[in-house]
Design a protein around this ligand. Structure first.
Ligand code: HEM
Length: 214
């Protein structure tokens, strides 16, 4: 998450943490800083999310040679693959959730044992959504990892991999494009204005030319 600063978590549209929550969370991380004594200091709200691995080689060594991608914009970098001609329909339905749908499918797509006929090399895991179906990432989520608060009206959210994956993919979409809703709202207003302006211009033109024979 190297593009995300802790303070982004308090922005509208995201998790909307309070300033105190952001500061408390940031302080639980150690940030490498050559300018302080000892070379590390507790995180502050303006710091970027630190990588769990010191170097790219450390990351590969811990993951059987595969490099875990930075997840900051992964929701925009990936999408679902649909065979021809189905993807053409997306132009008509304005489907644009391919990234989060892929992440959800990836996180819920593990199968152990792998289906008959699937070849999974040692140290890899079968995943139905990953291209080639053999992924170096072990399943990162399990049921009952954490529980959700029950709402005042008694409604509860199931503590399942499916539910966690929905939340994680929604979060990754937001962090990949935090201003998406604003952008679309502004786009809608601009289009509405241009439409009205066109109508007004047309009426003005008719009026101006009404008395001219042509
Ligand atoms: C909920 C937490 C996580 C999410 C949402 C997540 C998501 C992803 C995504 C979207 C990919 C890219 C797949 C692609 O290229 O299409 C990936 C790859 C990978 N992830 Fe994760 N990941 C998570 C946790 C972890 C953890 C804890 C590790 C291990 C430290 C890890 C290690 C890897 C590795 C090694 C790859 C590359 C796989 C390969 O190329 O075979 N991930 N992850």
């Amino acid at each position: 998450m190297r593009l995300m600063a802790f303070r982004n978590l308090s922005e509208p549209g995201g998790p909307e943490f309070s300033e105190a929550q952001v500061k408390a969370l940031a302080a639980t991380y150690e940030i490498a800083d050559a300018e302080v004594e000892g070379g590390v200091r507790p995180g502050v709200a303006a710091d970027r999310w630190p990588s769990p691995f010191a170097t790219e080689q450390d990351a590969r060594d811990a993951n059987g040679g595969a490099l875990p991608p930075d997840l900051s914009v992964i929701a925009k970098a990936r999408t679902t693959t649909q065979p021809f001609p189905w993807w053409i329909l997306n132009y008509f339905t304005a489907y644009s959730e391919g990234g989060p749908d892929y992440i959800h499918a990836l996180l819920t797509g593990y199968a152990d044992p792998a289906p008959a006929g699937a070849e999974v090399p040692d140290g890899m895991y079968y995943n139905a959504a990953f291209p080639g179906h053999a992924i170096a990432m072990s399943p990162p989520l399990q049921d009952d990892l954490l529980t959700y608060e029950t709402a005042a009206d008694g409604a509860s959210v199931p503590p399942t991999v499916d539910q966690y994956s929905r939340d994680v993919s929604a979060f990754l979409m937001w962090i990949a494009e935090p201003h998406l809703v604003d952008r679309k709202e502004t786009g809608f207003k601009v289009m509405a204005f241009l439409f009205l302006f066109t109508v007004i211009l047309y009426l003005v033109k008719r009026r101006l030319w009404a008395k001219v024979e042509h």
